[in-house]
Design a protein around this ligand. Structure first.
Ligand code: ZN
Length: 198
């Protein structure tokens, strides 16, 4: 990789470690970045450093944010009696884009996967159970329809139902193995409307 310079080679190496970026894309991005005006490249580096330094999880819903409470949890306009459980902050963003959901979220930061050695203790389930008080009416499980999504949904249902809360799961309008992030807003909205009680 040292046909350019060790610095550019380094940059390519770092970029290639990012998810979904292969060596070719890493080279393309690195050459592009080093040919940008200094301020632009430094602006990107600066944004990365700042975002990394301030990134934290919301004390309530565990989504990625830079404040103790994320804007959704802090908002009095949201319905805090309905909690939608999602796998990650990207899925939360997909539901927010529909503009139709008024409740709040709980972000698991993962999904139970025996294959990958991820157990119930490795995702934010304890934090979810702690949120289920008398004030909560419904837990909507919005996990992908994969084997892991199904298993995690059943696990959550068994965990929170005894606490006296209604538990539902979004309708199976989502293709098997379909990634929530890539499903259009109308489909997501329909899946939410057609949720079934567990
Ligand atoms: Zn939050």
């Amino acid at each position: 990789m040292d046909y350019f310079s060790s610095d550019i080679g380094n940059l390519i190496g770092e970029l290639a470690k990012l998810p979904g970026i292969g060596l070719k894309s890493a080279q393309r991005l690195a050459f592009y970045l080093v040919q940008q005006p200094q301020e632009r490249a430094l602006g990107l580096a600066d944004a990365l450093i700042k975002a990394r330094q301030t990134a934290r999880t919301c004390e309530c819903c565990c989504t990625l944010t830079d404040q103790p409470l994320c804007p959704i949890c802090a908002s009095p306009a949201r319905n805090h009696r309905v909690i939608m459980v999602v796998e990650n902050t990207r899925d939360l963003a997909a539901y927010e884009k529909t503009g139709k959901y008024e409740g709040v979220y709980h972000v698991l930061q993962g999904i139970i996967s025996p294959m990958l050695g991820i157990g119930p203790g490795d995702i934010k389930l304890k934090e979810l159970v702690a949120r289920v008080t008398d004030a909560v009416e419904e837990i909507i499980i919005a996990l992908n329809t994969s084997a892991e999504g199904d298993a995690t949904s059943v696990y959550i249902s068994k965990l929170v139902k005894p606490l006296g809360v209604k538990v539902s799961r979004i309708a199976s309008g989502i293709p098997v193995g379909g990634d929530l992030e890539y499903i259009d807003e109308l489909t997501l909205h329909r899946a939410l409307e057609g949720r079934m009680q567990m």
